[in-house]
Design a binder for this molecule. Sequence first.
Ligand code: PMT
Length: 401
Amino acid sequence: MPTLTNKRILLGITGGIAAYKCAELSRLFTRAGAEVRVVMTRAAQEFVTPLTMQALTGNRVLMDLLDFEAEAAMGHIELARWADLVLVAPASADFLARTAHGRADDLLSTLILATSAPIAIAPAMNQGMWSDPGTRQNLDEVRGRGYHVFGPAEGDQACGDVGPGRMVEPADLFASCAELFSGEPLAGRHLLITGGPTREAIDPVRFLSNHSSGKMAYALAAEAAAAGARVTLISGPVSLPTPDRVTRIDVTSAEDMLAATMERIADADAFIGVAAVADYRPANQTAGKIKKDKASMAIDLVRNPDIISEVAGLNPRPLVVGFAAETEDVTANGREKLERKQLDLLFANNATETFNSDEVAATAISAEGEVEIPRARKEAVARKMLELIAERLPVSVEAPA
Ligand code: PMT
């Protein structure tokens, strides 16, 4: 079964006997990792109950354009923006006619006009209605706008006729929709990313840390999620918002970061160590605030665990990708880290230009050689980095449970 991790499907159900098949269809989407929100026309509610669809999707079913409560939760424009795909199944002859004419007199037709997501329809109607020149014209109109039209299938119809007009079976419809996302390079992959600094406590109010802002890791997390990956971001203390569709785990110290990583590494396809992890921590953290009554003081430091080396030592292990912020001999020092830590890939960057900056230039270093990534915004560089990571992931993707 293809995976649709993170994908947001807006399922529009219009009035037709095939509406009952949407129960199975929504189950296939949710099992594949997608989130489904259902919009039903008034006629659709005569064939399948909103409660059924709500129970299957775990989301409130929306029915009215002017529903004060629903608008307060997620307005219709927000919903139109939320979707990665709008699928209307079954799409009745009436829906097709109203859509072809750009009507906006109910919630579903309004969403269709407002969305910039791809739109797919699965027509279902009596074979005579399907063959009618008016329906053909409406179909040509929506095809011309780029709608994906799946079906209809031919066969026995609920009305006793035989011919084209049956809604495509849920499994085939699901497969056609999944195919629309199949070009995404990280579809179905789980990426575990560490980011930001760690803080190593000296006493209850002071700590050792560094200038990492988290921007590089958060850009990678956001772009990976947009490319279809399931992303877990283990973040040191930063002041950035969590990227859309990313699971964020907040940690403070290197030891916390190691524990959070090891807890979640088992099903990761790739581990990306962007975090600027403190190499040392105070040997002892005092229980009370240290008094400033001495002219000088020394803090005894001990080595922190090396998180990425622990991951690289696992068997089996995910693809292991490191970063190195260097002030001199950036590429040579980066290669030394790649080899010493037994990484599959490492991005070396210039520490004086990278920490807390919105832009970065990097050299991708691996056993095969080096690739320069020119200076650009971290989001654009992250996309290039993810291409290089995707190329190195094993081909097969396991089906979701
Ligand atoms: O957060 P920003 O402001 O956007 O800045 C981004 C960045 C500069 C932090 C990032 O681009 C970067 O270079 N991160 C790595 C910083 C570094 O120099 O790490 P390192 O050389 O100490 O470690 C090398 C690799 O080992 C890194 O992948 C690091 O995450 C990992 N490591 C290091 C020490 C340790 N105890 N555990 C680790 O996992």
